[in-house]
Design a protein. Sequence first.
Lengths: 510, 499, 98
Amino acid sequence: MTDYLLSSATELVAALEAGETTSVELTTLFLDRIAAVDGAVNAFLHVDREGALAQATASDERRAAGNPASALDGVPIAVKDVLATEGLPTTCGSKMLEGWIPPYDATVVARLKQAGLPILGKTNMDEFAMGSSTEHSAYGPTHNPWDLDRIPGGSGGGSAAAVAAFEAPLAIGTDTGGSIRQPGAVTGTVGVKPTYGGVSRYGLVAMANSLDQAGPVSRTVLDSALLHEVIGGHDPHDSTSIDQPVGALVEAARQGAGGDLSGLRVGVIKELGGDGYQPGVLARFQESLDLLVAAGAEVVEVSCPSFVHALAAYYLIMPSEASSNLAKFDAMRYGLRVVPEAAENGTQPSAEDVMRASRDAGFGDEVKRRIILGTYALSSGYYDAYYGQAQKVRTLISRDFDAAFEKADVLVSPTAPTTAFKLGEKLDDPVAMYLNDLATIPANLAGVPGISLPSGLADEDGLPAGFQVLAPALADDRLYRVGAALETLLEKKWGGPLLAQAPTLDGASA
Amino acid sequence: MSTDTLLSFEESLEKFDPAMGLEVHVELNTNTKMFCGCPAVFGGEPNTQVCPTCLGLPGAMPAVNAKAVESAMRIGLALNCEIAEWCRFARKNYFYPDMPKNFQTSQYDEPIAFEGYLDVELESGEIVRIDIERAHMEEDTGKSLHVGGATGRIHGADHSLVDYNRAGIPLIEIVTKPIMGSREKAPEIAKAYVAQLRELIVALGVSDARMDQGSIRADVNLSLAPIGTGELGTRTETKNVNSLRSVERAVRYEMQRHAAILSAGDAILQETRHWHEDTGITTSGRPKSDADDYRYFPEPDLVPVAPSREWVEELKGTLPELPREKRARLQKDWGFSDLEMRDTIGAGAFGLVEETIAAGAAPQAARKWWLSELARRANDTGTDIAELGVTPADVAAVQALVDAGSLNDKLARQVFDGLVAGEGTPEEIVAARGLAIVSDEGALGSAVDKAIAENPDVAEKIRDGKVAAAGALIGAVMKEMRGQADAGRVRELILEKLT
Amino acid sequence: MPEISRDEVAHLADLARIDLSDAELDQIAPQLSVILESIASINEVASDDIPPTSHALPLTNVFRDDVVVPGLTAEQALAMAPESEQQRFSVPRILGEE
């Protein structure tokens, strides 16, 4: 029975199909696991036991009638709290939205429901997805299941930790500068940022609209492919969504798992490695690269000279868009309202006064920093020098990608420069925190897809490191082919999934 | 309310040259809002025409209404504008409670239409070309109700109640280039421009174009410069100018107010002013300041609009005849003199007369009713002639009854009384008020007999050939019939009986 | 790259409608300076002939048909409002007209 906790979603589907278990049984199992360990992990902000079980019951009925709604019907899932869920609290990790219950579903959530995946609850995150450690959540940090004193990455630390701690077989994350891939790397899980426009952003509470992308979080590459096919595809509610079929991602993953990469050209990005990267992370990266070569791939070095400016461009575009997106949180229509005291002469506070007080009380430090930074970058007199210039850097980065993809079918790098650091270690140094996203940000700026999968444990600290694969826009299938191949080869080497080596958390108290 | 010092209009012109800029917002009559599928209709219970997008809920996204883009392009083409090959929406960031996202999705430096003109005809027949800088797409805001305080106005209210039904309704903002050299004609030019722009919008069928309901709203930018210098002075922007008459008055008022300030050696404060229809003055709104740093940037949730030249050409084919050309054609068709035509337009009744004629009335009859009878009533009650509650179809129906001999002019006036009072259709009013002419020859015959019997001396004169005396008998018969007789037929009967 | 002053941060906070305390201003101003310094290089990168990219994929003309779709009821719209009255969102007094 407990085996199902450790099973991949693919294995759970097989068990459901074989009639060996039911969705209600599985959903209950994960809900109980959440109850047992989440006190220590804090991956969930809200658990919807009743709703999940109702969805599981409906799923079992469909399956019993021989009519499952999708390839993942009945497999429970956790959803990052940045996606609107009708009737379920959606806080984005902020005090500003404490208790907010949306009257509508994000398209991704609607598709999960349609496909029959019971939603276990909403996962913790850096406030409004601003952070790389989940320490900026107003509801306390999420702890890395590999070491509870360490960060699970961010902003989607809750989704990654939930999957790593076996609290859910699958989760949804969102990635603006690495918020799916970097948590994946530091928790030993798989995370995919699809091509920009590949998955609808409707209902995703935007941080940076031109960079945000929702995607799968899982324990295996094939599971991500299955989930990606469920949530992907055109949505008329999102004008930036691509009007093309998602592609045969599951097929690509199954093919890749065969382990043959003959003829594949793998480009190693010169600028993403070396200085600033932890030796153990680099060692695992090289090891993975060698496995790809052994599987028949040809490795070439590519240079993307503009990538050194990616972080700067990102920290102008993202806060600029965020400063405007977060203006709607003004205490007028929903969310926190803080009414300051009346003036001494008895004058009641104005709408303006209430907005100012509520935004001061409702937003955390990192959010305020980014709003101020974005307001600055968009201000008249600075627009051309900052936002305008950053948009040009995007062009240069896209050109670098184009040139690199002439030479290689996929590009690879370590996902994050280091393994998980200690909680609190970088909290007072925003710039050091931002460096975590060095390797993941270029993909967001150019809109290309990327996957992070575990490459092993770093020798220094025994913590997971991540291997990133990037593909050209709309070629998400390549991520799955290469990712699944590498996963197969690595697991052969490890003698099983990396997460089998993670602490069981059995001693953790709820 | 402040009381501004004003210089006389004449004196202001002796010292200064006015420069104007007019910004007109046109609310489109699309089925749905600019960026969501909520109905874009006037009225409706508060907050019933809303969705996550137009309420600015977290996560919601905009999607552009194709019809609104098409209407914007048609307006641009009708104003002789270039249509952008590629343009974008932009966010205009500022905080205001009736704006759900605290940014307005608008267009900034890439409008859909730009560089056009409208030739405007003044009362004298002179044509003035108004250069159009741009026409761009944007969305409307919600509406606030100010509660508490004595006036119901924003000042003194203790809180406000916001309805977002209007939020997101498509607007086209049409901006002129500075209008220079208009001198004493500035107020008239401003009014004529807005009036003829409104006609154009009506002809295009893209808006209800009701100034009283705010579906067309004009902002008047005005500045004065010392006469002859050709400079541009500090401007004020007067908002909330919601009738054609007010456009003219607001320009005149601001010219006189600016002139007084400048003459006293003081400086004009660059600010927003509010027009008060009731008192005919402007009051200070809010000064332009750093708060006007709108931090525009391209709307990242939308993709560029790049109309193909084929689409633009296709839309050119849908443009209606220009109002001015149409007026010339119709004047000829109707046989109106220049004076009659000018009066019709001046009374704001051109469209009404046109529709009345289209509904079957003879041109002169249509003109007569609107310009004499209905214009007088509008004037007496201070109502816009179009808002009297009398439609062109009503007028045509009344005239049809006159033509059929069922009504005479005097009875017809009573029908109009009934229409203004909202008593129903002309037919219903005729029935309810018992106004129809009695065509019962028997009743008429006895009334004539009675009149002859009661006025033997008059009857005698007629028998003697003094036919002109019949008027006295006709009057008596009409009195007997309480006006409900055809005077011509009465005359015929009297003469039949007495000659 | 100009160092960002405390006054400038106060002005930006005002534009962004955030009532920062003195302590917050003291903390944020130097942090922003460091961040701005770290992104200063952006100014030297791209020349004038490089076009800006606002979206990774060059889509154009994505439109919606002008057809009404059901939205929210007033009850749903107002459910999360801090205060409501007469089926409207109740907000504190508004200082000036826009």
